[in-house]
Design a protein around this ligand. Structure first.
Ligand code: AMP
Ligand code: GLY
Length: 425
């Protein structure tokens, strides 16, 4: 089977790396990919945000199956185009991608289907948001979310009314997120530990892909601004068999059934962002694709063919069962450029990638890297994810940080506490 991976981050590198190791896979193509992906696949400079260009590539290269990493191509209707043209693809249609692309849709959908989530109010104007704040129903702190895609920056947790009003004005009046902030969702603040849970669905059946925990803030001890994710571990020890059963019964099944009943069956990776509250797991957000950096720690644990699972998801032939995983925990540390998340330096030479990858139990996945004059240099905010495997979390943490210590580039920043939370459970 010849497979196309759409995207160029460390998540897509992990997908391509796993696929390239499987016997049923005759070739992996990446659009556009990165230098790490080029070691396991053929990279083609096609733009993921141009559905017609991706379709042309699939026809030219006789690709049999396409898997989409990021949400943007899905929000632009890549899966709709592929389905109309008869090409197999793993990723939801635009209508089903609304679970991620519109927080207002996701919240109203959860309300319709009684899926546990924070209490909320959808506001179409700054005046209605101010009115909703005044009645105090949602309490304090208050969470303010831009409705549309805002690259992980559209959420503000306001400790008081003044900062809540400022967040609403910034989104709705100053249009900080453009059209994505024309509507906002106000939400009750949920207290608990966060975890993520993943399934791969084919529109009706689904395979469970276990859990992980991300580290969204830039600095140790969850301080500083939110990022795309600074590291992750899998599985999450907080997602016990009992929690998992509740996530499946109260969230995953009602969501997948609800999407089918509403005429938008969900096909692809569903990422359930959870808050494990005293009242049980509640949904913080959905993503309609795999997580980054979660994929980098989940996929190396997968103990069966990803290509088979993806093929079955695309052809509506998935069995409903848990995927098979190795028991070893994995810990992934993101190495980021100076300035991230506000900005990112680039063009800095990177040393030590090969030495890191030689450490037993370590893997290095590329994100913001490129080839320049025969060497690999930085090219973005999140540069690499260094993953460690161990028989226990301590060991996986140790392997990941020993591998990270091999790598150097100017301005490199990373968190020193990735995985520590797994030790506190
Ligand atoms: P989101 O983009 O919706 O995942 O939000 C980004 C981050 O904001 C989440 O990972 C949480 O840490 C935090 N967050 C979002 N919604 C809530 C909520 N209702 N209560 C507490 N924290 C939240
Ligand atoms: N790690 C969070 C995300 O993929 O959105």
């Amino acid at each position: 089977m010849k497979i196309l991976v759409v995207g160029s981050g460390a998540r897509e590198h992990a997908i391509a790396w796993k696929l390239a190791s499987e016997r049923a896979v005759t070739g992996v193509i990446c659009a556009p990919g990165n230098p790490g992906m080029a070691e396991v696949a053929h990279c083609v400079p096609a733009n993921p945000a141009d559905p017609a260009a991706i379709l042309k590539l699939v026809r030219r290269e006789r690709v049999e199956l396409t898997v989409v990493g990021p949400e943007l191509p899905l929000s632009l209707g890549l899966a709709d185009l592929f389905e109309a043209e008869g090409h197999a693809i793993v990723g939801p249609t635009r209508a089903a991608a609304a679970l991620e692309c519109s927080k207002a849709f996701a919240k109203a959908f959860m309300q319709r289907h009684r899926v546990p989530t924070a209490r909320f109010e959808v506001c179409e104007s700054a005046a209605s948001a101010e009115a909703a704040m005044t009645d105090g129903r949602l309490g304090c702190p208050l969470v303010i979310k831009a409705d549309g895609l805002a690259a992980g920056k559209g959420v503000v947790i306001a400790e008081d009314r003044v900062s809540a009003l400022a967040a609403v004005r910034s989104a709705m009046t100053e249009r900080r997120f453009g059209a994505a902030g024309e509507r906002v969702v106000l939400e009750e603040f949920l207290v608990g530990e966060e975890a993520s849970y993943f399934v791969l669905a084919d529109g009706s059946a689904f395979v469970t892909l276990s859990s992980a925990q991300d580290h969204k803030r830039i600095f140790d001890d969850d301080r500083g601004p939110n990022t795309g994710g600074m590291g992750a571990f899998a599985p999450s020890p907080r997602v016990t068999p009992d929690v998992e059963r509740r996530v499946l019964d109260d969230i995953v099944r009602p969501v997948l059934d609800g999407m089918t009943r509403e005429g938008a069956p969900f096909r692809g990776f569903l990422y359930v962002g959870l808050m494990l509250t005293a009242e049980g797991p509640k949904v913080v957000e959905f993503n309609v694709r795999f997580g980054d950096p979660e994929a980098q720690v989940v996929l190396p644990r997968l103990d069966e063919d990803l290509s088979w699972l993806l093929g079955a998801a695309a052809t509506r032939a998935l069995p409903s069962r848990p995927a098979r995983f190795r028991p070893e925990p994995h810990v992934g540390v993101v190495l980021a450029s100076a300035g991230y998340p506000e900005s990112a330096e680039s063009g800095r030479p990177i040393a030590g990638i090969e030495a890191a990858a030689r450490i037993p139990g370590a893997l290095v996945f590329h994100a913001g890297t490129r080839q320049q004059d025969g060497q690999i240099v930085t090219a973005g905010g999140r540069v690499l994810t260094v993953v460690g495997r161990g028989s226990r979390y301590e060991e996986a943490i140790d392997v990941a940080y020993r591998a990270a210590a091999c790598i150097r580039f100017d301005g490199m920043q990373f968190r020193r506490d990735i995985g520590r939370k797994a030790l506190l459970v």
